[in-house]
Design a protein around this ligand. Structure first.
Ligand code: FAD
Ligand code: DLZ
Ligand code: SF4
Length: 522
């Protein structure tokens, strides 16, 4: 029976489940560029260019192997703009006996597939995506009966199950977690390696030209587009990371630096998320560097934990908890997203720098996302859906299955502690300790209130005051509430007054703000 295999833009792996059993003499691959996907949030221009160029290169590679690929371009006049309608058109063209697709990464797209079989009048085989260490069913079994989830327990089970960094039943080095050693500030004497960038080829340049014209009003610059768009170049980026950055990854994992947007991070998430790299090969390459003495254990364990632990954990939570997960708002955040998240125009240097890095590279590393843009959104009580739409739009690696739990759960504590045991709330002291941002800021993290005070300071205490009923019984919040309770009442009143004034100033409409940009979801 002739089969039409639909491959989505984040399924660019030669071993994708949908291609199992593909018959080159009979079957056809379908790939479609659709406006529905390019605009369901206002993606960063680099994110769109990265995905479309990687899709086009993947189609070429399949054709070179002799597979028949039907590829629909975004600017094809007949393009209907949606997965469902493009699939229906392709079924008319090819008259297959069935459609095969690998389950999508996003709940939104999975729902679209529900009526495909009925609509097309042929069977639609939706196969499990087996590129992860932990299947959705395995995670569900692990989650069963737990009121809250904890990454550390899940991670240990994954280490045992995969044998990564294990000696028999014991973790290598006698400890599961070396996080305590991974909190150094970046000294001026330590210089991170240059990025493993790739010059855009003709295919990418064509896509960049189309994106510049068609998505001119989307956030982000394309001048510094250096993403790999083929498997070979993604493998070269992996090799570059393992040899040049991994040895220092652990030490400086939490460090932020004004002129070093990448520090010793991998810049591999876009490749992992669209399938140019597989999580297992990335973890194995890191473990090999440890076993051969080329990278220390604190670096390799820290790195593997991000992929084997966090990445799998957030995916599991997403699929067990959706769609209700996205609706919760445990801290009742209801403030609109400040316009400076898009413009970068704020006197707070940590935020201005993180947003400028994001605009330039469609990238910011984890601590910038969590402790700068995320921390501000948490402390300011931004409406979760608005900050989620921002994170989903602005990073090249953003797909809802990984973005949502990170934003909704880890950053905003909107799930009430299902994912994280306490909110990652911090004052200016944390940012000062982990970065060189404050030295170049008009504010001073050491001034707590009044003129020149870092806004994060009053916002932090105001956050605790505002959310007391939800947070004070959390044992991990006992210390900060004790400190708050020791403050003289006039200090508490000053904090509340100054924080309220700062937050009210955020609500002022920004001059020159285009009306359509107020609606984050297009
Ligand atoms: P490194 O720091 O070098 O880490 C190595 C790899 O570990 C990453 O490539 C990534 O695959 C994985 N990883 C690390 N941390 C996480 C995490 N918390 N959750 C899942 N995987 C992780 N990551 C995404 O891939 N897509 C997103 O849309 C996304 N949104 C985020 C939103 C917020 C608010 C926060 C706080 C984090 C988000 N992350 C997301 C996680 C993390 O910030 C990125 O994976 C990381 O910054 C990617 O850069 P890197 O490849 O240099 O990572
Ligand atoms: C993100 C994205 C974009 C911008 N464009 C496309 C596209 O044109 N065609 C496509 O197949 N996929 C695209 N994607 C990735 C999809 O949004 C992704 O596959 C779904 O969200 C399922 O995870
Ligand atoms: Fe950010 Fe405050 Fe430091 Fe300025 S002083 S960079 S606002 S933490």
């Amino acid at each position: 029976m002739k089969t039409l295999v639909l491959i989505l833009g984040d399924q660019l792996s030669r071993d994708i489940a949908g291609l199992d059993g593909f018959d080159r003499d009979r079957d056809v691959v379908l790939m479609v560029e659709v406006s529905q996907e390019t605009t369901y949030v206002r993606h960063h221009k680099q994110k769109i260019a990265f995905i479309l160029s990687a899709m086009r290169h993947f189609a070429v590679a399949l054709r070179e192997e002799g597979l028949a690929v039907d590829y629909v371009n975004l600017d094809d006049p007949a393009n209907t703009g949606s997965f469902s309608d493009e699939l229906a058109r392709a079924v008319d063209r090819h008259r297959p006996g069935r459609v095969v697709v690998t389950e999508p990464g996003e709940w939104r797209v999975r729902r679209m597939m529900d009526d495909w079989s009925q609509r097309l009048g042929i069977p639609v085989d939706i196969r499990d995506d087996d590129r992860f260490f932990c299947s959705r069913a395995e995670f569900r079994a692990w989650a069963e009966g737990r009121k809250s989830y904890r990454m550390e327990f899940f991670y240990r089970e994954m280490r045992r199950r995969t044998g990564l960094l294990m000696e028999g039943d014991e973790p290598v080095g006698g400890r599961w977690n070396f996080d305590a050693e991974n909190r150094k500030r970046l000294p001026s004497t330590v210089v991170p390696p240059p990025r493993a960038g790739v010059e855009p080829d003709a295919v990418t340049r064509d896509v960049l030209t189309m994106v510049a014209a068609r998505f001119a009003d989307h956030f982000g610059d394309c001048d510094d587009f250096r993403w790999a768009v083929t498997r070979d170049d993604a493998l070269a980026a992996l090799d570059h990371f393992i040899t040049r950055a991994l040895p220092h990854f652990g030490d400086y994992q939490d460090a932020m630096a004004q002129d070093e947007p990448f520090v010793f991070h991998a810049l591999l998430s876009p490749y992992l998320n669209v399938g140019l790299l597989l999580p297992r090969e990335v973890c194995v390459a890191a473990e090999r560097a440890f076993r051969s003495g080329d990278a220390p254990l604190n670096a390799v364990e820290g790195f593997i934990r991000q992929i084997l632990g966090w990445r799998e954990y957030v995916r599991g939570i997403y699929w067990v908890e959706m769609p209700a997960y996205a609706q919760t708002n445990a801290l009742s955040g209801d403030r609109p997203l400040p316009w400076f998240y898009w413009s970068g125009e704020t006197a707070m240097n940590c935020l201005a720098t993180t947003i400028a890095d994001t605009r330039k590279h469609a990238y910011a590393h984890h601590i910038q996302r969590l402790m700068v843009t995320g921390n501000f959104a948490l402390l300011a009580g931004i409406r979760p859906t608005e900050i989620e739409a921002w994170y989903l739009a602005v990073y090249a690696d953003a797909f809802e299955w990984v973005e949502l739990p990170n934003t909704h759960g880890m950053v905003m504590f909107a799930d009430g502690g299902l994912l994280a045991s306490k909110p990652y709330a911090a004052s200016g002291a944390y940012i000062d300790r982990m970065s060189d941002y404050c030295g170049r800021c008009v504010y001073d993290p050491k001034i707590k209130t009044g003129k020149g005070a870092c806004p994060f300071n009053v916002l932090y205490w105001n956050f605790l005051i505002r959310n007391r009923t939800v947070l004070e019984r959390n044992p991990r919040m006992a210390m900060p509430y004790k400190t708050l309770d020791r403050m003289p009442p006039d200090r508490v009143a000053t904090i509340t007054r100054e924080a309220t004034a700062a937050l009210d100033s955020l609500d002022q409409p920004e001059p020159g703000r285009p009306a359509e940009q107020t609606d984050l979801f297009a």
